[in-house]
Design a protein around this ligand. Structure first.
Ligand SMILES: Cc1cc2nc3c(=O)[nH]c(=O)nc-3n(C[C@H](O)[C@H](O)[C@H](O)COP(=O)(O)OP(=O)(O)OC[C@H]3O[C@@H](n4cnc5c(N)ncnc54)[C@H](O)[C@@H]3O)c2cc1C
Length: 545
């Protein structure tokens, strides 16, 4: 996720809306949607060689999905499988959102968020995507932790963690068993107000080393801290402990290609380089607010259009979805207040190091958690000058299909948006260079001649995340806990308006967002089936297409 190839700000906008957002009563405005059977929504492209992403748009869709992250793509694919006419809109030229990759000269391919996910991905991708995608998921065998408190190698599953906790950390086996049993019982609806710190104190009092072993990997997986609700740790940790850490063989590029092919086969209309600026909302005869369409802008030429739809599933950040795309007029005041109060999660820096073709590096582990912090603290982990970083090592079996064996290392560091957002250009470059240098220094402890083997290195920062996926605060893992409630309450405020994206820590990460996409698409489909919800007062769009 380097800085090159960033989107250019649209220049002069060509406006050819259907006037949905201005004047007239609702029925008149909705009628305007029905007029053209096959309308050209946009003025002809200014650049004949650059087709408009709006070419041949249908006049109306059952569902518009905003954003092609894993949550958005899963929702779009599922709705299409239900027989719905779906338009998937992505502001970037590439699909995948944070589950993406980029290429660099020298044959380098770098994955952004392919570091590890729980076993549940096998089932979710098999049921909601394809067997081919599911069959490529395989376990990582060698997870390492190296810090002043301990040096541990593990398969990161319950059996191995029990062994480590009992043999290395001298915790009674009954305590470990009780801890795991307790985690298994945790449930979002329990309204348990305990923090993760309190949970740890209950089972492992006065053992910061044990707390570090348990929390550090989860902090990297979802940004959770000792002060977050215990459930944000408990559910995600339990998911991993069921069978360990898994990864997609073939790389993110292969996975996104397979998902794209599947969506196309199911009839999803996919448009890239399209930014959704506004979700259009009107009151129906009963006074209930309903989704009626979306307002779009092409990100290359700045052309504009409006498209009618009965439901919208937003994969953008929940705060942006409510406060920017929905707009303050569309919601009740208490809901808006809750949305404003939602805290976004922390962001990340990454350093991408590509090993020169023909070179190799020794096996040092698949996922190596390193830190010099003593004691462990959630604050140190996100400090601007943190010493905590995770190395994801990509050996040739990550992409077995490539002609020549290739190696890469990606360093991930949790960071705060505010530390990076306001740096001057010069300071920004200085600190990017620092992060790269620190990353090499850390890696040299395992691979002393790494600098001689790497022929490409670059860094991404919270600003990069913000630029590529537009998330407020460059958040890597959506929102803190309270975001989930706002996300789930959205359709109660506006009929047909749904959100499926990283929220509340629980519904984040690859597995969480895919599962959330499934849940939300089922709700959106139920809305479409409900005759009382027929949003435009006529039969569903799919029926006439
Ligand atoms: C550095 C890093 C490492 C990570 N590592 C892991 C890991 O190892 N394992 C794991 O499970 N998870 C990991 N994650 C988290 C995981 O990648 C995300 O939780 C998940 O991919 C988020 O999916 P999502 O569906 O919420 O959407 P996102 O991936 O956030 O995508 C949202 C999409 O919406 C688009 N969009 C936003 N606004 C608009 C708009 N107005 N119009 C059109 N399009 C719009 C964006 O461009 C983007 O494509 C990592 C994240 C980061 C940043």
């Amino acid at each position: 996720m380097g800085e090159e190839g960033a989107l250019k700000a649209p220049s002069a906008g060509l406006v050819h809306g259907l006037g949905l957002s201005s004047g007239g009563n609702v029925e008149e405005r909705l009628d305007r949607f029905r007029l053209p059977l096959n309308p050209c929504f946009v003025l002809p492209s200014l650049h004949a060689d650059m087709p408009s992403p709006f070419d041949n748009l249908l006049p109306r869709y059952d569902a518009v999905v905003i954003g092609a992250g894993l949550g958005g793509m899963t929702a779009a694919n599922n709705l299409a499988k239900f027989g719905r006419k779906v338009l998937l809109l992505e502001h970037h030229y590439q699909l995948g959102g944070l589950a993406t990759f980029f290429k660099r000269a020298g044959g380098h391919v770098f994955d952004i968020s392919l570091h590890g996910f729980p076993f549940g991905m096998i089932k979710s991708t098999r049921r909601y995507w394809t067997k081919e995608i599911s069959d490529r998921i395989h376990a990582l065998k060698d997870v390492r932790f190296i810090n002043p408190d301990f040096d541990v190698r593990t398969t990161f599953d319950r059996t191995d963690f029990t062994r480590i906790l009992v043999e290395q950390f001298r915790i009674p086996a009954e305590t470990v068993e009780a801890f795991f049993a307790h985690l298994r019982e945790m449930n979002y609806y329990d309204n348990d107000s305990r923090t993760t710190r309190e949970l740890f104190e209950q089972f492992f009092p006065g053992r910061p080393d044990v707390q570090r072993l348990l929390l550090e990997p989860i902090a990297y997986a979802n940004g959770s801290t000792l002060e977050d609700p215990a459930i944000t740790f408990g559910i995600v940790f339990s998911n991993f402990m069921s069978k360990g850490v898994f990864i997609f063989q073939g790389g993110t590029d292969t996975m996104i290609n397979l998902m794209t092919a599947e969506m196309k086969a199911n009839g999803v209309d996919i448009r890239r380089n399209v930014l959704v600026e506004k979700v259009l909302i009107e009151k129906d005869a009963s006074g209930r607010r309903r989704v009626v369409g979306v307002k779009l802008r092409g990100t290359r030429l700045g052309e504009e259009a409006e498209v009618a739809c009965a439901t919208v599933v937003s994969n953008a950040n929940i705060k942006d979805t409510v406060l920017k795309m929905g707009g303050e007029d569309a919601f009740e005041a208490p809901f808006l207040e809750e949305a404003r109060k939602v805290r976004v999660n922390t962001s990340s820096c990454q350093v991408y190091m590509g090993v020169r073709e023909g070179e190799s590096i020794p096996h040092i582990g698949d996922l190596v958690f390193t830190s010099e912090a003593k004691p462990f603290s959630s604050q140190e982990l996100i400090d601007f000058h943190t010493t905590s970083r995770t190395y994801s090592v990509y050996y040739p079996d990550t992409r077995p299909h490539t002609k020549k064996p290739r190696y890469a290392v990606v360093t991930s560091i949790n960071q705060k948006w505010e530390d990076w957002a306001h740096l001057s250009d010069a300071d920004y470059q200085t600190h990017k260079a620092r992060v790269i240098e620190e990353s090499f220094c850390g890696l040299e402890k395992f691979i002393p001649d790494i600098r001689a083997k790497v022929d490409h290195a670059e860094a991404a920062t919270p600003r990069t995340v913000n630029r590529y996926v537009r998330h407020v605060g460059g958040t890597s893992f959506g929102t803190k806990f309270e975001g989930l409630k706002v996300s789930m309450a959205l359709p109660e405020q506006v009929g047909g308006f749904y959100h499926a994206g990283s929220v509340g820590i629980i519904m984040s990460g690859w597995l969480g967002t895919i599962n959330y996409g499934v849940i939300v698409s089922a709700k959106a489909d139920a809305y479409l089936r409900d005759p009382l919800s027929a949003p435009l007062g006529e039969s569903q769009a799919s029926a006439g297409l």
